[in-house]
Design a protein around this ligand. Structure first.
Ligand code: CA
Length: 224
């Protein structure tokens, strides 16, 4: 998933980024509440992690503003304040879940997975396309009875394709979901990772699941 982390404490932000990137998410970090709307207008975020105590605009106001602007992606609030009124205020402002600092990074990543399931088409931990299965908790793929180990970006690319079976995704749509703001649009990274995925997923199978649609993008699904 593409995730925006809004957190002004640099060490905390770095820990969160590392934890999420290890789970193959693409992460951008912003350090103040006033910039949140600008960032979510410029990229398609699947989820926002929003601290409450922030410079310029607090997280509760930022959350209220992004809901008022019509954005519906899940928001997970982070805060050191653990009193009941703050939790209620956070949820009332439009947040979907609430995590109190300090937290274990494993709890954060599990909540992120749960919110991603709630939002996406897949309600379970497994995505399935024909005889290919992807477990979003363990990050392993399986084609037929063969287990396939994936590197982080291979996983993120496969997950993105499998969340939209039989749909063509453009290069831009893939970049937005798999890479962060540092992606160089001239680079051939997508081609490289499609090639790596094909070797793992399609090699040795008559039916090729990963398809190039020339001039448009890529699609995963059965052959017509
Ligand atoms: Ca803070």
């Amino acid at each position: 998933m593409r995730i925006l982390v809004v957190e002004d404490e640099i060490r905390m932000a770095a820990l969160i980024r590392q934890g999420l990137e290890e789970e193959a998410h693409a992460v951008d970090v912003v350090g103040n509440g006033a910039d949140v709307l600008h960032w979510i207008q410029s990229a398609n975020y699947d989820l926002i992690l929003l601290d409450i105590m922030l410079p310029e605009k607090d997280g509760i106001t930022a959350c209220r503003d992004l809901r008022a602007a019509g954005y519906k992606m899940p928001v997970l609030m982070l805060t050191a304040r653990d009193t009941l009124p703050d939790k209620v205020k956070g949820l009332d402002s439009g947040a979907d879940d609430y995590l109190v600092k300090p937290f274990a990074i494993q709890e954060l990543t599990a909540r992120v997975r749960a919110l991603g399931r709630r939002e996406g088409s897949a309600k379970t931990a497994e995505l399935v396309v024909n005889d290919l299965t992807l477990d979003t908790a363990t990050k392993y793929a399986r084609r037929g009875d063969k287990m396939i180990e994936l590197k982080a970006k291979e996983y993120a690319l496969l997950e993105t394709l499998m969340r939209h079976p039989n749909q063509v995704l453009s290069r831009q749509q893939i970049i937005e979901r798999v890479w962060d703001m540092d992606y160089d649009s001239e680079s051939k990274l997508i081609e490289v990772y499609i090639h790596l995925l094909r070797r793992k997923i399609d090699d040795g199978h008559d039916e090729k699941l990963i398809q190039t649609v020339h001039g448009l993008g890529y699609r995963i699904g059965g052959n017509e």
